[in-house]
Design a protein around this ligand. Structure first.
Ligand code: FAD
Length: 272
């Protein structure tokens, strides 16, 4: 049985940030578990590879919903990353901050710390924004690049047509006027994908207090009474266990996080 302070389940977008921040002091022992494998792949690094990984089961959970009455009884395809970086390794890289008004609404609904004034500094801290002319703003780990100068002429015609229709133009979806039609920024670094693993995890992996295990599928969160104290996971055909002295952090994504809670005995009674 391995012992750590924190166990983070899922090395996706959220998990990579959590593993970085929690291990930053060099003291807390952090275990990061990821069901998928390495992201060192041509079609992940190359932005257009998103069209390939969309259906590649070696990096994608490839979920399908149950037949949905709202879709005329059809199933809906839900790709989800199963690889270091999670869905940020296979997504379309479009970078849009949340809207200030939405954060303020959440705060006003009774969530202190989630207002725009609270959240804006976190955005500034994480971003390195590279403008269309090559100017750089911020020195955060996540590269956010404007690519408008490389646009194909057809895209320019599309934008011009939208403006002719009277839709407002915006030069920056992350600026003071986020609403409108324009060219969006993408999370690339010098032309290659900048996933959460690239931005947050890779620089942290040199820390001796951060342990990464890939091909490690969490099976169950372990409890003592109502307190989460560890994780049982499957790696190379063996069921292993790790304990967390402080916390277990579930970052398995919108589908797998609730699934793992249910496998651990937490969820709607009739379903369990
Ligand atoms: C094809 C696609 C295109 C997208 N395009 C965009 C876009 O252009 N712009 C944008 O902002 N967003 C986009 N998104 C959405 C965005 O990528 C996700 O919202 C975000 O990455 C979710 O982060 P997460 O941390 O919640 O989950 P994920 O990043 O999915 O991470 C979850 C991780 O947990 C791992 N995991 C799950 N279960 C277990 C388990 N039991 N044990 C161990 N590990 C486990 C998974 O393998 C995965 O690595 C896109 C998503 C997809 C799939």
């Amino acid at each position: 049985m391995d012992s750590f302070d924190y166990i983070v389940i899922g090395a996706g977008t959220a998990g990579c940030v959590l593993a970085d921040r929690l291990s930053a002091d060099g003291k807390k022992r952090v275990l990061l578990l990821e069901a998928g494998g390495s992201d060192r792949r041509f079609w992940i690094r190359t932005p257009i590879g998103y069209g390939k990984t969309f259906y590649d089961e070696s990096v994608n959970w490839k979920y399908n919903t149950e037949p949905d009455a709202g879709l005329g009884g059809r199933r809906s395809y839900w790709p989800r990353g199963k690889v270091l970086g999670g869905s940020s390794a296979i997504n379309a890289m479009v970078y849009c901050r949340g809207l200030p008004g939405d954060f303020d609404d959440w705060c006003a609904a009774g969530n202190p710390g989630w207002g725009w004034a609270d959240v804006a500094p976190a955005y500034q801290q994480l971003e390195r924004r590279v403008g269309a002319d090559g100017t750089v703003q911020g020195d955060g780990p996540l590269w956010v690049s404007e690519r408008e100068p490389e646009y194909h002429p057809v895209k320019r015609h599309f934008l011009a047509a939208a403006h002719q229709l009277g839709l407002p133009a915006t030069a920056d979806f992350n600026g003071p006027q986020p609403e409108g039609v324009g060219a969006y920024a993408i999370t690339t670094r010098r032309g290659l994908r900048c996933s959460a693993a690239d931005a947050f995890l890779r620089p942290a992996l040199g820390r001796p207090n951060l342990t990464l295990r890939t091909g490690a599928l969490a099976q169950r969160i372990l409890f003592e009474g109502r307190r989460a104290v560890g994780v049982a996971y499957l790696q190379q055909g063996q069921l292993r266990r790790a304990t967390a002295m402080a916390e277990v952090l579930l970052a398995g994504g919108a589908v797998n996080s609730p699934q793992l809670l249910q496998l651990s005995g937490i969820g709607p009674g009739p379903l369990l």
